[in-house]
Design a protein around this ligand. Sequence first.
Ligand SMILES: O=C(O)[C@H](O)C(=O)CO
Ligand SMILES: [Mg+2]
Length: 271
Amino acid sequence: MLKLSANISLLFAELPFLQRFEAAARAGFAAVEAMYPYDQDPAQMAEQLEAHDLEMSVINLPPGDYSAGERGLATLPGRSADFDRALETGLAYASQLRCRRVHLLTGNLGRGMTFEEVHPTLRRNIARAADYYAGHGILVLLEPLTREMLPHYSLTRVEQALELIHDIGAPNLRLQLDLYHTQQEQGNLAALIERHFDDIDYIQIAGVPGRHEPTVGEINYGYLLDLLQARGFAGWIGCEYVPAAGTLDGLAWARERKLLQPRGDRGKYHI
Ligand SMILES: O=C(O)[C@H](O)C(=O)CO
Ligand SMILES: [Mg+2]
């Protein structure tokens, strides 16, 4: 049976952040993921996870200066002290949240730089992150993101991520396949899933265009979820989308597929 995780940076945004855990549990999720939880108290988050019997399935590592457009530091020579601090902060949160996965955002390409030019720095930093987290039993995930959303991002294609993963060869370095991003960057999703199935630890879903419910848009998620089910995909599937209307109404697709069994009274939240 496929397992869904609620991205509580985007889902249940009708509620204050700490109330989203209970809402996700009541909706039937067994796990939640969060993009950048670093403005939250991890002890309070851990309490919510415990109280509602939820797993924290993945968090992003700190991205650097988000408001300045940074999305990771691993491509940036001269930022190794900041990169190390991001690894430490990520570990502190992951440990407290008992989260077994961190997504390492790789960073932008500097002006006029190519992927090939940043590759040595990127490879060194990814290897360092994998080594740093290995001792703590935490997986480091690489996720190709689309230039439609982040025009200067460095890691955009599945093959780039896999080349780094295989070349570095760390057992805790794995692929996070976000089908929303990959559809826009290269498409051919079913073939990619089949071809690279054994490398995929984690999947994220959203409709294209718009990043709304997976039922809306050009991706046939019914087909892809059937394929993942048939292949016995055992990892989490993160619902990382912006609900077009209310979160709960927008989850009808998951209830219909019996992927969510609501645990309680949804009336409480009016969402
Ligand atoms: O945007 C995404 O799809 C990533 O999963 C992410 O969280 C980086 O912001
Ligand atoms: Mg994603």
